[in-house]
Each structure stands twice: as C-alpha cells, then as structure tokens.
Write a protein that binds this ligand. Structure first.
Ligand code: MTE
Ligand code: MOS
Length: 807
C-alpha cells in the first residue's frame, strides 16, 4: 500500500453512513439554487425567446413590443454584451446567435418582475427568420459529410492482416440512441451584482470554475470579479458539466445591466429543448474470430451525433474510442471516430462520457456473433476477457485484469447462473408465447480525465479554536455523495469524530481553478486534496501533542479525537496559543498519467473499475413487453470510502443505464414539414423514464471483496459512472429471450433503445428465422410477411447488415 491508499485502523472511511444531506433531501429542507429566490429581494426573472426552426437566419429582431408588457424591465440581446458573445469554450457557441442552429435555440432573453411577465414579454418580441436547409439525423449528416472537430483513430497491430487470418469475419452496423439527463432540478442560476461591480453567481453547475470563466468572458471582466457558488445540484449526470455556463452568463449579464438580482431557471420543456443530451452514435464494424471464438481483429468507425456545436463532443469521442474494447483482449484494432454536426441541441457529457456508447458496440457485436459462432454468449464473453499482461488498444496495461474473471465467477456463483440457465431452457421449451433470457456482461472503465491537466484538485481546511473543522473542496455535490465521502476522509485523516467536521458549499473564491466534478474522479481528486490539507495541519499539531503527552512526534495519532488521553480540542487550543497555523490549503494531482491525443496512445487512466452483472428477463411474444425478473451485480469500488453511498450509486447507475438501453426514446421530427428538427419528446409524458415498476424484481448488489486500490485515496475506487454499463446485461438478456422465439443459431439484431416495440420486431424476426432487418428488399428466401400493419421496424436503428463473409 502507498501513503495515499493506506487506511488507518479505526478509520471513518469505510463506515456505512447515510448521505450527509439525506434528511434534508427527504424533508424538503435541502436548499437548491432556485430555493434562494424567495430569500432574495427584487429578483428579476428571465425567459428565453426560442426559435421555431432547426436552422435559419435571424433577419429581424424587434424587442420594443416586449417593453409594452407590464413588468418587463429589460430585453437582453447580443448588443448588450460588453465582452465576448460566446457561451462555450470552443468558440462555436454564440450566447446570442444570429443564426438559429436548432429548434428551440434562444435568440434573446426577457427580464421581468415576474416569470409570467417575462413569458408574455418574450411572446411579444418580434423575430423574422429565413429558414435554411437542416441536417437532423446521423444518416443525413454522414451522407452529406456534415462533421465537426477532429477525427482521431486508435490503432494497434494490423487490422487487415488480422481479419485476413481470421476463421470467421462478420460485419455490421448499429445505431444507438442518445439520452436526456432528466435531472430533477433543471438548469438554474441566480446572479447578484456587488457594489464594486463584481458578480456573485449561484449556479447549478458541475464546473463552477468554468462557469466563472465564461461569465467573466461574456462580461469582459477578470475571473477575480466573479464568484460562482454551487450549493448542490438536484442531479447533474454530466448535463451540468458545460451546459450551465451560458445560462449563468445570461443571469450575470442581466444583473450587471439592471443592478438587480436575476434568476434564470428553465422549466422542463425549455431545459429539454435547449440543453444537450447523451450523444447518439452510429457504428460500422468488421470483426474477426479464430476457430475457438477468440477475437482477432476489430475495425470500427464510430460516428457520434454532436448536435450544433462541439461542446464536449471531442473528449466524449476519445473516451468512446478508448472503450470499444470494453473488457476484451483484441490483438488487432482500428477504431476511427468522427463527430457529426447536426441541427439539434449540442450533445454533451452524460454518465460514462462516451464510454457506454463505445462499449455497447462490442457487446452488440458479441451478442450478435455468438449464435453464428455456435457459442453460448456467456462463454464467448468469458473466453475473451482480458487476462494479466494484456494491454488496451491505446497501450495501457490492464492492471488487475484478474479481477475481471474473479468478479465474473462470483456473479456466476451468486446468481446460480448454470442452474438458472438450464431452468430457463426448460421454461422456454414449455412456453410458446413467453420466453426468458439470462445474460451476463462485464464492465471495465478507465478512471481519470483523458485530458491530463484536469487531474488536479484543491481543498481548504479550517480548524477553529474550539476544535471544530470546516472543509471546502473543489468538487460539487449532485446527489452522488461526494460530500459524505469527503467528510469521512477529513475525519479519518485528522483522527476526529465525524461530528467535528462540517462541509461548506463549493465556491470559486475558496478553491480556485477547479476541474469539473466529472469522470467519476471527484472523490479521488478532492479526497487527495483534503487528505493533503489535513496532513499539513496534523504535522503542525504533532510537536504540540508530543510536548503535552510525551508521545514521540512521529507516533502522534489521534483516534476518535484523542491522543494518549489528551483531547483533540485541547491540543488545538494549545496550538493556537503557540501561534500555530490551524488551517491549510491542500492540493492533489494524480501521478503517472500520460496521454498523447495526436497518436491516441498512452496511459490516460489511473486504474480501471470493474464490474459484472447477470440479468434475467421475460418477454411476451405478442407485444414485446418485458420485465426484469432478477439482477445480480458484483462491482469493484476498491476498498469503499462509504459503502451505502456506493451501493446507491451502483443501483442508480444501473437503473439509469437500463433506462437508456430499454425505455428512453428521444424522437426528433425528421420529416420535411414545418416542425422539422423539433424534439417530439419534450416531457415526461412522451419520454419514458425508468420508475419503480422497471426495477428488477430481485436486485442483488454487492461490492467486490479484497479489492483495495493502491493508486487512490484510502484504497478506494471511483463509482459514479462505471455501473451504468452493467445494464448491458439486460439488453443482452432481451436479445437472448427474443432469440428463443426462433430456431437455434439465429443472430438477433436489436435496436437501441430496446423498447417493447423494438423487442417485438426482434423476436418477430427471430421467429421467422431471420435478422430483424426490414422486409423490403430482403432476399427471396424469406417467408412471406403476413398482411396487416407494416413490418418495417419504426426505429431504423435495427437495420443491420450481418454476414459471415467467409462462411
Ligand atoms: N449520482 C447522482 N445521484 N446524481 C448525479 O448527477 N452524476 C454521475 C455520478 N453519479 C450523478 C451521480 C456522474 S455523470 C458522475 S461523472 C459522477 O457522479 C460525478 O461525481 P463523482 O466524481 O464524485 O463520482
Ligand atoms: Mo460525468 S458524464 O463525467 O459528469
């Protein structure tokens, strides 16, 4: 173990405690940014004027009529921007656009005494548009060559030679959908201006430092004149990593111009039509296997739907490319990435950050190829798992690869996999119209930001004269329990009871230049910084404690706030009178990382998080409706900092992943009518989220034992994103259940999301002994299609070409 990972006996980390704000959450007392409004005097409310076109020029903007609406105070337009009219970091996101780039794009904002007055004011603004041709679907973008950003490639070995030497070569395509974050708290900012023109912006943001930078840029002032505070978020899930900046800048600009506090909170429809989502992807692939089903070569081109601007699309693509291997050793790899530019919201970070999309591709490939190879899918997966000594396609050794097979075996044992597989076979033989499937899938997910510079963090720890401790760090709380873990880290390092430590909200004037709380590395980074600050304070207290207790300096260690019978409070009090500094700024940077984005090689990750899930589903043959009967998960969180928090993260991430893969279906109008480009699923009524009824009927989650990670704080591992990908097990179980409706050996294509409709088309195709491609143009030996509703799957995502080129 290292100094970073070594866990002292009696540590507070590792104790299962509830979320630090759980009581406040459930009683409604927890304050979110918008809850501050009733406590703030003279607040103005903001409402956007949203464009009703996917792509258009703004030819006239007349704001005067808005001022006739009682209560309207100010209309903000591009002419009001004293600094830079830019809401992003890539220079391609004008805050006030002259060219509409997606349906719902905000042209200008109205500030008024009430929200209703602002809404009426926005309705009164006159805008003329000159509509332009638009690119809506990924297919259109690919066809028209509409791309943005870099087009990186990861290569290892010789793909063509690898494919040529393979006994079986298959090719195919997959289109997979994006996902709406649907955080319960929509985007929100409240800006106030100080007597010196400085700005205090409270924002629901995962990246306060970047919000601060953008606000300063827009206002044409320095960062030191802007303070951004994030109390907590009602969910972020990546959607508040880059998207809050423009909204904060609007509120700040309004406050600057009116001298009054300005509140901007999007309602659900505004949020869903204006803010970015998970990227949908298209993948085209060729794969080669040896006679034993061992992966030999993978040639894949990933195209993501970036929407109208780059935002985080490039790093999302990098992570997708770094995860197309998921947990499998593939000797020869060529993975190309490109980002489509479409007239849609600017797609952004979402839990997993491209990793899920990349990993889904290889899981889809294995699920589709197993029957063609005559192998059981579980067997095909397990024989291809990484083993010790393997490296990833970008050249990083897969450390602790043995944990993959250990976790796999544990899930097989815990879930009674073999016996249940046999039972399901018997069940399926007896039931014509209902079939079950049981699938097991692995997860390997790299932890750290690919962009090396982001892997640093700061903290500020104050010890007051009475012995109480106040901590502040650069991470934000979005429900994931980061603050809970940080309290436990501080209590552990100092050796004081948890109750002695309090945590204050995240602010840019306490800890500067912070990274986004993202990439699941919040606890690794900020935990390292808090530990460092606490150690500095302890080092200063040691001589005082040694003098009082006679314990040699090097051996001074507080346990539960006591050293050799003398209390922490007493030592702190004496230290103050000795003129010892009782507070410290801590700093941490992750060691040993390097990444060359020009060659897409290096060791960008500190370690990998592993997990395995087995899921059983039951599918109805008439409707494609299904239920998840049982899920067993074993997940590797290292030596947990806070086991209850980690279990909650695993369960939550899994269910969110199931939502993405089986329910949530973003539909944009891609027809030629007037509402082309409009998001049709703008509310919870049309966008189906997982709820209690979609929870697995039996849900067993456990943490991998004996899994300390010596590269991270107190032996723990990141947990926020990796378990989302455990949901692949449900999708693969659905595929297997669909396959059970047909003869053996049929490769089943399954659209993503695998909604009941998509599952129906898949099982219907399996029943007919064919792939779920649409009937049109299908080779002549396909059985006659029955009369009735069109057999063409509504979602064209199921269209695959799949052929065994050598067979
Ligand atoms: N859990 C909750 N409850 N709410 C969230 O918004 N975001 C996820 C994950 N877990 C999220 C969550 C995402 S996308 C990330 S990157 C991590 O939390 C960020 O926090 P961490 O770095 O502290 O794990
Ligand atoms: Mo998480 S997608 O890295 O905010």
């Amino acid at each position: 173990m290292t100094a970073l990972s070594d866990r002292p006996p009696g540590a507070t980390v590792g104790i299962p405690i509830e979320h630090e704000a759980a009581a406040l959450h459930v009683t409604g007392e927890a304050l979110y940014t918008d809850d501050l409004v009733p406590h703030t005097k003279n607040v103005l409310h903001a409402w956007p004027v949203q464009a009703p076109h996917a792509h258009a020029l703004v030819t006239r903007l007349e704001t005067a009529p808005a001022y006739d609406v009682p209560g309207v105070v100010r209309v903000l337009t591009a002419a009001d921007v004293p600094g830079h009219n830019e809401a992003g970091v890539k220079g391609d996101e004008p805050l006030f656009p002259s060219e509409v780039m997606f349906w719902g794009h905000a042209i200008c904002w109205v500030l008024a005494e009430t929200l209703e007055a602002a809404r009426l004011g926005a309705a009164a603004v006159v805008v003329d548009y000159e509509p332009l041709p638009s690119v809506i679907t990924l297919a259109e973008a690919i066809e028209q060559g509409s791309f943005q950003g870099g087009q990186p490639t990861i290569t290892r070995g010789d793909v063509e030679a690898g494919l040529a030497a393979s006994a079986h070569v298959f090719s195919g395509e997959l289109e997979l959908a994006g996902q709406e974050h649907f955080y319960l708290e929509t985007h929100c900012s409240l800006a106030q201006v100080g007597d010196d023109g400085s700005l205090f912006v409270q924002s629901s943001t995962q990246h306060p430092s970047e919000t601060q930078e953008i606000v300063a840029e827009v206002l044409g002032i320095h960062s030191h004149q802007v303070v951004v505070q994030c109390l907590r978020m009602g969910g972020g899930f990546g959607g508040k990593e880059m998207q809050p900046h423009g909204f904060a800048a609007i509120a700040a600009l309004g406050a600057r111009l009116t001298g009054r506090p300005v509140r901007l909170r999007l309602n659900r429809t505004q949020d869903i039509t204006m803010s970015g989502k998970r990227h949908g992807f298209h993948a085209q692939w060729r794969v080669g296997f040896d006679p034993d089903g061992m992966l030999q070569a993978l040639d894949v081109t990933l195209t993501s739907d970036g929407g109208w601007s780059l935002d985080l699309s490039e790093p999302v693509m990098a992570r997708a490319l770094c995860h197309v291997d998921n947990a499998y050793w593939i000797p020869h790899v060529r993975a190309n990435g490109r980002i489509a530019k479409t007239h849609k919201t600017s797609q952004t970070a979402f839990r997993g950050f491209g990793g899920p999309q990349g990993m889904l591709v290889i899981e889809d490939i294995l699920g589709r190829c197993a029957p063609l190879l005559g192998l059981d899918p579980a067997d095909l997966r397990s024989r291809n798992l990484y083993r010790d000594g393997h490296t990833t396609p970008y050249g990083q050794p897969v450390r602790h690869a043995e944990r993959l097979s250990r976790t796999w075996e544990q899930v097989r044992a815990d879930s009674d996999f073999a016996a249940r597989t046999a039972a399901i076979e018997a069940f399926n033989a007896e039931h014509e119209h209902v079939k079950r499937g049981l699938a097991i899938t692995p997860v390997k997910f790299g932890i750290a930001f690919n962009f090396t510079a982001f892997n640093q963090a700061g903290a500020l720890v104050h010890v007051y004269k009475d012995g109480s401790v106040l901590i502040n760090h650069g991470g934000t709380e979005m429900g994931q329990g980061l603050h809970t873990k940080m309290l436990q880290v501080a209590a552990t390092t100092l050796g004081v009871p948890l109750a002695k430590v309090r945590l204050a909200p995240t602010r840019t004037d306490k800890v500067p230049n912070t990274s986004a709380t993202a990439a699941s590395s919040g606890a690794d980074l900020n935990g390292g910084a808090i530990k460092n600050a606490c150690e500095q304070i302890l080092d200063r207290l040691r001589p005082v404690a040694a003098k009082v207790t006679g314990v040699p300096e090097a051996e001074v260690r507080f346990v539960d706030g006591v050293v050799a019978g003398v209390s922490w409070d007493e030592i702190v009090r004496l230290a103050y009178f000795d003129r010892i500094q009782l507070w410290a700024a801590g700093y941490f940077r992750t060691s040993g990382l390097h990444w060359d984005s020009s060659t897409m090689t290096g060791e960008p990750f500190k370690y990998f998080a592993y997990g395995v899930a087995a899921a059983e589903v039951e599918v109805d043959g008439f409707t494609g409706a299904y239920r998840t009967r049982r899920v067993d998960i074993v997940h590797d969180v290292g030596d947990s900092l806070s086991p209850l928090v980690d279990l909650g993260q695993i369960e939550g991430a899994f269910v969110q992943g199931v939502g993405w893969l089986t329910l949530e279906d973003l539909r944009w109008d891609d027809g030629d009518g007037e509402s082309r480009g409009r998001l049709a699923t703008q509310a919870a009524s049309t966008y189906k989220l997982p709820s209690f009824s979609e929870m697995p009927e039996v849900f067993n989650v456990s943490l991998l034992r004996n899994a300390a990670e010596d590269g991270a704080v107190y032996g723990s591992k990141a947990v926020g994103e990796p378990p989302l990908m455990l949901a692949f097990s449900v999708r693969e179980a659905l595929r297997q259940a669909a396959a059970a409706f047909g003869p053996r050996g049929v490769s089943v294509a399954l659209a993503s999301p695998a909604t009941p409709e998509a599952v129906f088309w898949a099982l219907d195709a399996a029943r007919a002994g064919r792939d779920a491609s649409p009937p049109e143009g299908y080779p002549g030996d396909v059985p006659e299609q029955p009369e009735g509703p069109p057999l063409r799957p509504r979602s064209e995502r199921a269209q695959h070409e799949l052929e065994d080129l050598d067979a």
